[in-house]
Design a protein around this ligand. Structure first.
Ligand SMILES: Cc1cc2nc3c(=O)[nH]c(=O)nc-3n(C[C@H](O)[C@H](O)[C@H](O)COP(=O)(O)OP(=O)(O)OC[C@H]3O[C@@H](n4cnc5c(N)ncnc54)[C@H](O)[C@@H]3O)c2cc1C
Length: 401
């Protein structure tokens, strides 16, 4: 792994900057900048995903064999960093990051031919139906049942915390097809069209006021057996592969670095109680530099994990380490940003973050999303494996406890 950019990589960086300059409109940037969710609203993000798809850069983590650009880890990192720096909309990554690689590894040829080209062009929006009211960290306890009936499965049960289910048209889902043996042994991995009769969703609002999450109910939902991915009762193998992708494939540090840079910008505008610029306050700067050093350390860990992934190795415990570091640092950055904007952190106006709203936010523009992002970001140490679960993995796999 080389840490300095080669001349080829620098030329690629210029190509990405040119592309962003020419294709990311001010309108898309503005709509994206006023939002606090991990994902930009489906209209804005969908438009951007289509533009990326046309360029061949939506599924930018995919090898050329799957129709992706075949970028190495450095190019991916450059792309992510440049997108984070200009505030590009955050697209729904569940298609190309999660279900795409699963279908490529475990799917039938028919499934590959149908779904992969659609993911490349963002023709579908996917959601993940794993968690249930009684099965989160202990996922194998899931109870949603799929009962074989002729050429179909009939599904009954409920999924919770399903991000984006209210606009997704497809869901990849873990269901119980057997109660024999260990609980991991009776699980299957299926694909469900969200417009199938019997699928219903209820919104769950987050503390930030955002609607990202849902509870989804399945009431006698009939899907064809051809929607099974992998073998019946072997869904746990598929799920484990996906969890590794989920933890091992998200790059946190481009966003963390963009967050640090924006604190620096805010601190050169905002004043302390004594009327000095915040950036000149030694106490504040110490906190900022401390975070910068820890983000740099996280960046090296992240690159090590990505390097392992790009050479086909299993990132193993490294992905737990950087999920832990990335999510906790993100929360600390959000907290320092709140401190930087002072009393402007107080207004709670979720409506002012809806694209096209006509609400005047009672503070400078750079303060609009600060508190909402802080609140929304509390979830990052829960989803994709909570911090406690990651620490347990590290204690077992690294420390051998
Ligand atoms: C914003 C957000 C988006 C999400 N999106 C999705 C989605 O799209 N699809 C989906 O399927 N799920 C999604 N989830 C669900 C997420 O995966 C679960 O919330 C997570 O796995 C934790 O499960 P739980 O909420 O049931 O908490 P629990 O598993 O009940 O955990 C409760 C607490 O106990 C701790 N704990 C649990 N087990 C252990 C243990 N063995 N050792 C130590 N501590 C433990 C946890 O760390 C936590 O603090 C999302 C969650 C959030 C917050």
């Amino acid at each position: 792994m080389h840490l300095k950019l080669s001349s080829e990589d620098m030329a690629f960086q210029e190509e990405v900057r040119d592309f962003l300059n020419n294709n990311l409109s001010d309108d898309l940037k503005q709509k994206s900048s006023i939002q606090a969710s991990i994902r930009t609203d489906p209209d804005t993000a969908g438009q951007w995903a289509k533009i990326l798809g046309k360029k061949g850069w939506l599924a930018y983590t995919w090898p050329t064999s799957m129709g992706g650009p075949g970028w190495d880890i450095v190019k991916r990192y450059i792309f992510e960093s440049e997108c984070a720096l200009v505030g590009a909309p955050a697209v729904n990554t569940m298609g190309f990051r999660m279900i795409g690689p699963i279908i490529d590894k475990f799917g039938t040829q028919e499934q590959k031919d149908f779904y992969l080209p659609r993911i490349l062009m963002h023709d579908d929006s996917w959601c993940q139906g794993y968690s249930e009211p009684g099965a989160g960290s202990d996922l194998a306890s899931l109870q949603t049942k799929a009962v074989p009936d002729g050429d179909d499965y009939v599904i009954n049960g409920t999924k919770i915390w399903t991000t984006g289910a209210h606009y997704a048209n497809r869901c990849f889902c873990l269901v119980r097809t057997s109660t024999d043996g260990k609980k991991q042994e009776g699980i299957s991995f299926v694909l469900i069209d969200m417009d199938t009769p019997g699928v219903d969703g209820q919104p769950i609002l987050m503390i930030s006021g955002d609607h990202e999450l849902n509870q989804v109910f399945f009431d006698d939902v009939r899907i064809p057996k051809s929607n099974l991915v992998g073998e019946e009762n072997d869904g746990w193998t598929v799920a484990k592969y996906l969890l590794e992708f989920e933890r091992g494939a998200i790059a946190y540090t481009p966003t963390l670095n963009a967050g640090l840079r924006s604190i620096e910008e805010i601190a050169s505008i905002e004043l302390t109680g004594h009327g000095d610029r915040l950036i000149d306050d030694p106490g504040f700067i110490k906190k900022l530099r401390d975070l910068e050093i820890r983000v740099m350390a996280a960046e090296f860990t992240e690159k090590r994990a990505m390097s392992a992934l790009s050479t086909g190795q299993n990132p193993g415990a490294k992905s737990s380490m950087y999920k832990l570091m990335g999510s906790e640092l993100g929360q600390e950055i959000a907290e320092l940003k709140m401190e930087a904007v002072g009393h402007y952190a107080l207004p709670f106006l979720p409506e002012s973050r809806v694209p096209g709203n006509n609400i005047t936010y009672p503070g400078p523009e750079h303060t609009r999303t600060v508190t909402a992002k802080y609140l929304n970001g509390r979830a990052s140490t829960i989803y994709a494996g909570s911090s406690e679960v990651q620490r347990t993995i590290l204690s077992k796999q690294v420390l051998g406890l």
